[in-house]
Write a protein that binds this ligand. Sequence first.
Ligand code: DI6
Ligand code: FE
Length: 404
Amino acid sequence: MKTLWTNARLATMAAVGTPEFVDNGALVTDGPLLQWADSAAGLPADLARNCAATIDLGGALVTPGLIDCHTHLVYGGSRAREFELRLQGASYADIAQAGGGIRSTVAATRAASEAQLLEQAGARLGHLLRDGVTTVEIKSGYGLTLQDEARMLRVARRLGQTYAVEVRTTYLGAHALPPEYAGQPDDYIDAVCAWLPQLHAQGLVDAVDAFCETVGFTHSQVERVFQSAQALGLPVKLHAEQLSNQHGSALAARFGALSCDHLEYLDQAGVAALAASGTVAVLLPGAYYFLKETHQPPVAELRAAGVPIALSTDHNPGTSPILSIQLMLNMACVLFGLTPWEALRGITANAARALGLGATHGVLAKGMRADFVVWDATEPSELAYAIGRSACRRVVYGGVERTA
Ligand code: DI6
Ligand code: FE
């Protein structure tokens, strides 16, 4: 069934560069795909005639469905107590050394049932959906055994079957060293690499990620994980240069990574490597804010080199307990100096590319997914400006209007 949506101020995100709107725009959805996303004046009369319903959007801004391309949405427990300790002066590293941090979430995740994980992650997902998210990436990385990583990824897949949202899964076995491998990181990486084909065979893995950091894994350990991914034809991504410059981005670029994420400490050589490989730079202003970081990612250099910039919530219990992608627009503008248009691109077209979905998602055009958001706004700056007010009015996912 075809539906015609008229009187839209379309931000199709099809053009790279300066802001571009189609006023008096129209959309025609045909099942899960768009048949038209352009000016109403150019709409072929026979296409309009074949629409079973017409919906007037009253001149509202319409953008592609939002894409949260980096989350750790599935986990057990809470780290609110740790937050309190940090407010009293303890550092993220102090807490980790005292057995808190990622390790405490690993313990809570292992202790939770699959049903509990599903229920808790589903509640979190609800917040993202109300903000206009139509595609979300979810990483494992709090299980750190074959069974527990599989459980996290199964829960992520179930979320995509339960809610009107597309879920992309990422295997992040190389997130932290589990207690049972203390002092044996290379043995743990052997295990991470050995689990991957088994998880992939169960259809649980769309991409592979790792945490390249002094408190994570080394360059050569990450390289082994990437080789295992490459052997299976799986794309890679990397948590890179978040707390220090480990030159992880250059490594990831060599493997044609879809994205490198965080990048506060990225240097010029890293920028050049990302530009050469067409890798997306995913900036995570929520984690930067929450950890009170001061070292900013090299936005001007990324821009000058033509590296596509995406944004994401990085939702996780330790460093970014944030469930609003609209807030990321604000933080990216205020903290990192993006323009509202660049920020919007970062949660649509460029976020799609960060997930390898650039040919089908993140842009409103004929043949692309009929995922879009109707806003109580006419300018992207209004979305980046407001804090605590969701301007999301209607969400269409796969051609169907989402009701809850
Ligand atoms: N970088 C982060 O900021 C999160 N993971 C990562 O690799 C932290 C996750 C946590 O503290 O639970
Ligand atoms: Fe992360």
